[in-house]
Design a protein around this ligand. Structure first.
Ligand SMILES: [Zn+2]
Length: 405
């Protein structure tokens, strides 16, 4: 079976995660998908495929070369983004892409235009896989699962391909930042792993953001507006004042590449009290610390100005740049780049302006760069995969597992 055929099967599971449920996994349908994958893995010849109580699927492809002592892991996530609908996905194949505009939706509202998505030019002549524009496709990250299992099928059936022990894991709740929460690194038992959760085939990503979440609570003094003169302190005003202390151009919409930012993601409250939630990001760990300090200092300035505690800040680190860990193992990146080249893909390592499961796993003792899946426009109705590029990712994985000693 080809990888895209697996992906099409997997789209029948509407596995959006949900950060509001407080459960693990956050949605029950992820368990349905996990059980389906376990059955597929067993039928394929995985001896030990299982799903644990937290919805983590693990299984082993036994070594064909017992002299190889490195155990390699391959990881993808089962949930899809909650940012677009994922029920009743209707996959559509567009063979022989001509380089022009592809109307995905019947009403023309969702279209793939090379002017918007220059990456399309690479795929002229190939077969694009989209939906009918009413849902996302879920190639993020079911394409990764499809490619890992298609590679596994080949490795299990062809014992002439020499490799060490390979561990496979599929995780829940990556899209809500909880994919590594209950990952049992010891049980997984791999020395290194790759997540297959990126975009273009040939991507080898190892730089992510350092990330923190921050809240500032502004406390006002509420009094009847008719008697407010000289007395009222409106927490809404305080919130605006606080936000203006942060550098105006250091926001997501004004930054790219290695530039970090402050980003207010939510605000709620009224005259008495307002809470603003921010995310703070930077590729450089020291700069992240400076940003956190600047954020705290802004609150202190307000408190000094008002002569009492009006702004209180709490900051929590979310994840760190995996480069700090992964760069200690350059052979991992070299192997992935060599595998990509051997399969005709150009290895690309752009800094990720976000995090992956691997950002956390790398700091939990499992160095874990990220590979491309041959799919793009994740999290939206314009998401698409490229059938032949998915095949290429399978080739890359099969080649890659043979490069460890
Ligand atoms: Zn993903």
């Amino acid at each position: 079976m080809r990888a895209y055929e697996r992906l099409i099967k997997y789209t029948t599971f509407p596995t959006a995660s949900d950060e509001t449920t407080g459960k693990t996994p956050s949605t029950d349908v992820q368990f349905d998908f996990a059980r389906y994958l376990v059955e597929e893995m067993k039928a394929m010849g995985f001896a030990d495929a299982e799903v644990d109580g937290n919805c983590y699927v693990m299984g082993t492809i036994p070594a064909t070369d017992p002299a190889v002592r490195t155990t390699l892991g391959l990881i993808a996530h089962m949930d899809v983004s909650p940012d677009a609908p994922c029920e009743n996905v209707k996959p559509v194949l567009h063979p022989g892409y001509d380089g022009g505009i592809v109307d995905i939706s019947a009403d023309g509202s969702i279209r793939l235009d090379p002017a918007d998505y220059p990456v399309l030019k690479k795929y002229v002549g190939k077969t694009l896989l989209t939906t009918d524009g009413t849902t996302l496709l879920g190639a993020d990250d079911k394409a990764g699962i499809a490619e890992i299992l298609t590679a596994a099928e080949r490795l299990i059936n062809d014992k002439t391909i020499k490799h060490g022990k390979i561990r496979v894991a599929f995780t829940p709740d990556e899209e809500i930042g909880e994919g590594a929460d209950h990952f049992d690194v010891g049980k997984f038992g791999a020395d290194f792993a790759f997540t297959v959760d990126g975009a273009a085939a040939g991507e080898v990503e190892y730089e992510t953001f350092n990330a923190a979440g921050a809240t500032v609570t502004l406390t006002g003094f509420s009094i009847h507006p008719g008697e407010a003169k000289g007395k009222m302190i409106n927490a809404v005003d305080l919130a605006f004042e606080f936000d203006r202390l942060l550098p105006e151009k250091q926001r997501p919409q004004f930054t790219s590449g290695y530039e970090g930012f402050y980003h207010m993601v939510g605000i709620e409250g009224g005259v008495e009290s307002v809470t603003c939630r921010y995310i703070i990001r930077d590729h450089d760990r020291a700069k992240l610390e400076e940003r956190k300090e600047f954020f705290r200092r802004a609150a202190e300035m307000m408190n000094e100005k008002y002569g009492e505690e009006r702004a209180s800040v709490s900051i929590r680190d979310s994840y760190y740049n995996m480069a700090e860990v992964v760069l200690k193992y350059p052979q991992l990146l070299e192997a992935a780049r060599a595998a990509a080249r051997a399969c005709g893909a150009e290895p690309v390592s752009d800094p990720v302006r976000g995090g992956t499961d691997g950002s956390r796993l790398s700091f939990m003792g499992l160095p874990c760069p990220n590979l491309g899946t041959g799919s793009h426009n994740h999290h939206g109705r314009g998401e698409f995969a490229v059938v032949e590029e998915m095949d290429r990712v399978v080739d890359i994985l099969v080649d890659l597992v043979g490069r460890f000693e």
